[in-house]
Design a protein around this ligand. Structure first.
Ligand code: NDP
Length: 324
């Protein structure tokens, strides 16, 4: 018997139903993976609400998990039953006890990376990797702004940016989150609701920033642009407050020939050699102790709806796991 959380139609957390689902044998190029831990991500909320569309319904949602290979299909050479693996991205379907999945999205876990850590960091950590190393190549001595600094991606981003030698300014929703962000590499914390460009200017003694990492979206887009130096880059990589729409490109000229990018992890990991190199970079920064993966919430997978409620209502910090 194989159980999973399925979405029959978009809606609230109550639409996530724990039920029995088929477990197909792996076809050529696929592997069957039994999950030991599933990662909770904000993108799961976008699929649940219908902001992002599942290819068909009902759908098992979820992008990230770690577990053990139980079987492989024809043509899969680099994996065998018993291997510990993890993945982020690829087809949705992670909220399950076990699933079949294209083997090309799986990353074999080194012995010193526990499966729970992998399930908590693959999606958020690979995201931090491409944001800091590929989208904007952050250099020591630069000052950056990170929104939602105490969140899953946020805590990893702050620690990693600090390890690179940057000064990190972070925004958070409350004082407890501010303390957590400070303990994880955030040099200066700004509370949501404060005048963001004015506070940044106060911290930097008038300087504007080369890059802003904004996962909040609609609510922070305009203020984020106002924090940038001429030719600065706004990396708008998420929609926690809603998507950014209807932008007049003229404002980029008016505010100093700014750049805006809206990247996604899926493009960065589309080539297997990139996925493996990015994962190795993540494993090595975690192994070094410079980035610690904080699993601050754990739920039974069957209670995924509770996890969604907490994440959506900004109650969580760091990473969260769903345990099958
Ligand atoms: P987080 O743990 O960061 O949770 C979201 C946080 O956003 C909240 O805790 C809250 O922090 C902040 N927030 C601000 N406004 C709102 C709002 N109106 N509603 C809800 N939350 C709000 O989630 P993840 O680490 O999983 O993801 C972070 C972001 O990164 C998401 O937007 C996600 O879509 C994006 N992402 C994008 C990827 C990409 O490749 N493009 C890949 C991975 C994630 P606070 O209360 O402190 O403000």
């Amino acid at each position: 018997m194989n159980h999973a959380i399925r979405l029959h139609e978009p809606g609230g957390p109550e639409m996530l139903v724990w039920e029995e689902v088929p477990l197909p044998s792996p076809k050529p190029g696929e592997a069957l993976v039994r999950h030991s831990a599933v990662g909770l991500n904000f993108i799961d909320i976008y699929f649940r609400t219908g902001l992002y569309k599942a290819p068909s319904l009902p759908a098992v949602i979820g992008m990230e998990a770690a577990g053990t290979v139980e079987a492989v299909g024809e043509g899969v050479e680099d994996l065998k039953p018993g291997d510990r693996v993890a993945y982020a991205m690829g087809p949705i379907g992670a909220y399950a006890e076990a699933r079949t999945i294209p083997a090309k999205v799986l990353v074999k876990l080194p012995d010193d990376i526990p499966s729970e850590t992998a399930a908590a960091m693959m999606l958020q950590g690979l995201t931090a990797q491409y944001l800091l190393r590929r989208t904007y190549k952050l250099q020591a001595g630069e000052t950056i702004l990170v929104h939602a600094a105490a969140g899953g991606v946020g805590l990893i981003l702050c620690q990693w940016a600090k390890a690179i030698g940057a000064t990190v300014i972070g925004t958070v929703g409350n004082e407890a989150k501010a303390e957590l962000a400070r303990a994880h590499g955030c040099d200066h914390v700004i509370l949501q609701g404060e005048d963001l460009p004015a506070r940044v200017s106060e911290i930097t003694r008038g300087a504007r920033l080369p890059v802003v990492y904004d996962s909040v979206g609609r609510d922070t887009f305009a203020a984020s642009l106002d924090c940038l130096a001429p030719f600065g880059l706004l990396v708008s990589y998420g929609n926690a407050s809603g998507p950014v729409t209807g932008v007049d490109l003229g404002i980029l000229a008016a505010k100093g020939s700014l750049f805006v990018t809206r990247p996604t992890l899926a493009t960065h990991t589309a080539k297997r050699e990139d996925l493996l190199a990015m994962a190795e970079d993540l494993f090595s920064v975690v192994r070094s102790g410079k980035v610690k993966i904080k699993v601050n919430q754990t739920y039974a997978l069957r209670n995924a709806g509770d996890a969604h409620r907490d994440l959506e209502s900004r109650k969580t910090t760091g990473s969260s796991l769903l345990i099958p």
